[in-house]
Ligand binder design. Structure first.
Ligand code: NFE
Length: 466
């Protein structure tokens, strides 16, 4: 029995992630290090740019949550300029944002997670060198879910088609601008969006949700396997003025608290970074460090974000110790959230005034610092900036995967994904269980391949692998 297993890279996720698992004498994980293998440097790129560049630049952080970054940066820019966006502008952007959630949730369940349970070699994204020996669906279910896997590609594309109706293009929609939107919701576009939404809604309600329940029934022990720290965080999602939304909250082992931004701190003890401020610099030789990801902490503790966290906080689930928080609760919460959001979107679309004010001008900045907290598909998202002379002096982004895939901090507290791996069985030949656990978070260690060197030149495609 080996003492350590390294999986690098973890496949079927977004971005570059590796995990080191340290095993006890029974082959169970007694310690885990999860590592983001890529330095991005977006904050450095933004420095010195015009304030409004934040809306387009930050969308490039990611190809699957560009709306989350653009939406949050747009609010940040408005805050700097002292602008209150009209309700209809928020509503329109929120509808676009909803389409991004649906795309992410469909894609994650079928294309990234499901191959761990149906394991068929006919799926293009299943990279198993060895067949999985824990396949529990009967041949008919296996066949149906395989067919749904291929349908999911079509429906996930329809979500992008819907977002592009108002976004102009996707990813990195140009229809979302610092001044509002470039594409107006005329009758024709609303009809196009509605038509796509009806089809997507049917897919998530009648196909994805029953499939998630089917999987959960077949793998009951995965309600517990992969449980994280039972601490959940949400910054709140969607504007309550228009109906459906997820509230902000902190759920610490059954106790619910409001979010206090002053409790958020980031540790870089185990990150290849030096100086924990806006001037954070890469330090790839730093002793003991094992990741490019910082460790955000709330009140000194790690917290899990994402659909399960939003579900628990919305329902006010204050069961001491929380309910089962493992792999299946995450997959179910994501599927349920897709159904909920698709229904809310229908309602939002009806409220959208065709003749509303969807743009505003940006005269002169009135503030020189701003903070925005929002939710992205995978959990809490924070953007903040300080400015000088209409330029960005410093920019900070804390993404959901930074919370979920954070390393340990100086107090030795594990990140949520690390915590969820403790006690897992790790077959050295085919470590299926850790793969299922890790993928249940829908990790995005990010997508692009830029590395800023400090002489000011960009190097393309530099991936730093362990
Ligand atoms: Ni690259 Fe994202 C989401 C953000 S990263 S997908 O959701 O922000 O965790």
């Amino acid at each position: 029995m080996p003492k350590k297993i390294s999986i690098s890279p973890v496949t079927r996720i977004s971005g570059l992630l590796s995990i080191d698992l340290y095993l006890d004498e029974n082959g169970k994980v007694k310690e885990a290090n999860v590592a983001g293998e890529q330095f991005r440097g977006f904050e450095a790129m933004l420095k010195g740019r015009h304030i409004t560049d934040a809306v387009y630049f930050t969308q490039r952080i990611c190809g699957i949550c560009s709306m989350a970054h653009g939406f949050t940066a747009a609010r940040l820019v408005e805050q700097i300029y002292g602008i209150t966006p009209t309700p209809e502008l928020i509503l329109l952007q929120q509808i676009m944002f909803g389409a991004e959630f649906l795309q992410n949730h469909i894609r994650h369940f079928y294309l990234l997670a499901l191959p761990d349970y149906i394991g068929t070699a006919s799926l293009p994204s299943s990279n198993f060198q060895n067949p999985i020996d824990d396949l529990r669906l009967n041949p008919k279910e296996q066949e149906e879910l395989t067919a749904h896997y291929f349908s999911a590609m079509e429906y996930s594309r329809k979500c992008h088609d819907a977002l592009a109706v108002f976004g102009g293009k996707i990813p990195h929609q140009h229809g979302l601008t610092p001044e509002g939107v470039a594409v107006f919701p005329d009758a024709d576009r609303r009809k196009q969006f509605w038509f796509l939404l009806q089809q997507i809604q049917t897919f998530v309600a009648d196909i994805q949700l029953p499939d998630a329940y089917l999987l959960a029934k077949a793998y009951p022990e995965y309600f517990q396997i992969g449980s994280g720290p039972y601490r959940y965080i949400s910054f709140g999602l969607f504007d309550p003025r228009f109906g459906g939304h997820f509230p902000a909250g902190i759920l610490n082992q059954g106790e619910l608290f409001p979010v206090n931004p002053e409790e958020i701190q980031e540790s870089i003890t185990y990150a290849w970074l030096e100086s924990n401020d806006a001037e954070t610099r890469p330090a790839p030789e730093k002793p003991l460090a094992y990741t490019w990801v910082k460790a955000p902490r709330y009140h000194g503790l790690s917290f899990e974000g994402g659909p399960l966290a939003r579900k628990m906080i919305r329902s006010g689930n204050t069961t001491p110790g929380g309910v089962a928080g493992g792999v299946m609760p995450r997959l179910i919460a994501r599927a349920e959230e897709a159904v909920l959001i698709s229904k809310w979107m229908e309602d939002w679309l009806k409220q959208l005034p065709p003749d509303g004010r969807y743009i505003h001008s940006l005269p002169s900045p009135v503030n020189n610092q701003a903070v925005q907290m929002n939710e992205a598909p995978r959990g809490p998202l924070l953007h903040s900036m300080t400015t000088a002379n209409e330029e960005i002096a410093s920019y900070r982004v804390i993404t959901p995967s930074t919370w979920n895939f954070s390393p340990k901090d100086e107090a030795g507290i594990r990140g949520p994904a690390e915590e969820s791996l403790i006690g897992a069985g790790a077959d050295p030949v085919n470590p299926v269980e850790p793969g299922r656990i890790i993928r249940s978070f829908d990790p995005c260690l990010s997508c692009a391949t830029h590395f800023i060197d400090w002489e000011g030149r960009n190097k393309l495609s530099l991936n730093i692998m362990s």
